[in-house]
Design a protein around this ligand. Structure first.
Ligand SMILES: Cc1cc2nc3c(=O)[nH]c(=O)nc-3n(C[C@H](O)[C@H](O)[C@H](O)COP(=O)(O)OP(=O)(O)OC[C@H]3O[C@@H](n4cnc5c(N)ncnc54)[C@H](O)[C@@H]3O)c2cc1C
Length: 378
């Protein structure tokens, strides 16, 4: 569905961006680089900064300072005809294109775009006496990470499990092992502390080629990480171990408030968007990143996809503001995946090709830091 029949939005259209996800930072960068006198932008963001997921495992491993994986949204949004509202969206009325924040403030736009990511579905997490931390939202995970280090230092024999062996879970467990090895060396953690990677399916890294799984299983085993696949759930009596820390990286679900919005959703409950990244039910409402489900060409949720959507989303928001025809987004079938493996080591893959080594880690570091640098403004 195209936007041309949508309500009049000129001469001065108000575009409301909800969430400072990976696609929206690019939208902001583009509007900042070429401000449009006929467009007013408002960005609603929970925090004045946004975490870049690609660098989170490096932060856990101890390679990045706490500030490094963050993009300053308040600086990026500091340009004429842009307002930034720090607040949490708790409701969205798609018919009125109006968002409600937790403090009751309501903001309506001629055009609204939603890039709020997804949240970890930790509904299957057991009650444990220690910590259970969902990895998403990432900014909250980063805020809580110091609790993990504190607990490991206070309870040196803690056993830690990362639940969910997708790319994020595998990266996290290897990063954690690297951090623990460092703490062990300085005597802060007992050498008996154990690390587990727990996965419900029979395989780790579902969707990745066999060569990548084989490489990472070998690396996990060389780091003494116990991989429990085919895990039936925490009621499983066959599991005779107790965990002190659970990092929950298994599965994502949409934010609950989206379900009340009247937007059409895909099977998993994410906002259904067409090839223009526009809601299939509501013209003038766009969505990108993990929050969106591309109905015509579904893809696994990833930061790469959110980043790729950014330029097209910016263009289509502009076009929607002036009633011009929208452009289609053509997602790639395969893309480069770089999985960091704890120390300065990583595994690369694209399609059936894969490789590993220290050079892959430096390649990933270069790509990740370049990404964040692109959004640094003073
Ligand atoms: C540890 C880890 C490592 C990963 N590494 C990679 C990787 O190397 N490569 C890759 O492709 N993918 C990776 N991913 C996946 C990647 O994190 C996500 O796919 C990506 O972040 C999705 O981007 P997004 O734009 O949808 O939203 P997000 O990056 O999740 O950003 C959403 C933003 O919206 C804000 N927000 C949320 N709710 C609200 C609200 N109600 N009101 C206002 N603001 C709100 C949040 O604060 C946040 O700033 C990784 C994930 C994890 C957990």
């Amino acid at each position: 569905m195209n936007f041309q029949n949508a309500p009049r939005t000129s001469p001065s259209a108000h575009i409301v961006l909800i969430g400072a996800g990976h696609a929206h930072v690019e939208v902001l960068r583009r509007f900042r680089a070429q401000p449009r006198p006929d467009i007013h932008v408002t960005i609603v963001s929970k925090f004045p900064y946004a975490a870049y997921s690609g660098m989170v495992p490096g932060y856990v491993a101890g390679y990045y300072e706490a500030s490094e994986p963050f993009i300053s949204i308040s600086r990026l949004a500091d340009f004429e005809r842009c307002d930034m509202v720090i607040g949490e969206a708790v409701d969205f009325d798609a018919d009125a294109r109006r968002v409600t924040l937790s403090n009751g403030q309501q903001i309506a736009g001629d055009i609204v775009s939603i890039d709020v990511g997804a949240v970890t579905d930790a509904s299957g997490a057991p009650r444990i006496r220690g910590l259970t931390i969902p990895v998403k939202p990432i900014d909250l995970f980063m805020q809580r990470w110091p609790e993990v280090l504190k607990r490991l230092q206070e309870h040196p024999r803690s056993s830690v499990a990362v639940v969910g062996a997708g790319a994020a879970g595998v990266e996290l467990v290897l990063a954690l092992e690297h951090r623990l090895a460092g703490l062990r060396q300085v005597g802060l953690v007992d050498s008996k502390s154990k690390i587990f990677l727990i996965e419900r399916s029979d395989e780790i890294l579902l969707g990745y080629p066999m060569s990548v799984r084989t490489r990472l299983l070998r690396i996990l085993s060389s780091r003494n990480i116990a991989v429990l696949t085919g895990f039936a759930g925490f009621d499983d009596k066959s599991l005779h171990c107790e965990f002190d820390i659970l990092l929950w990286a298994a599965g994502v679900r949409p934010a609950e408030w989206l379900a009340r919005s009247r937007l059409a959703v895909d099977r998993a409950g994410f906002i259904a968007v067409d090839r223009y990244l526009q809601s299939t039910s509501h013209q003038g409402v766009f969505a990108a990143g993990d929050a969106a489900g591309m109905i015509e060409s579904p893809r696994a949720k990833s930061g790469v996809m959110a980043v790729r959507q950014g330029p097209l989303l910016a263009e289509n928001l502009s076009r929607a503001a002036t009633g011009s025809p929208l452009l289609p987004f053509s997602p790639q079938a395969t893309w480069l995946s770089l999985i960091s493996a704890g120390g300065r080591y990583a595994v690369a893959s694209r399609g059936n090709w894969s490789a590993e080594g220290r050079w892959v880690w430096y390649w990933k570091k270069w790509l990740d830091t370049s990404f964040v640098r692109r959004y640094m403004v003073w």
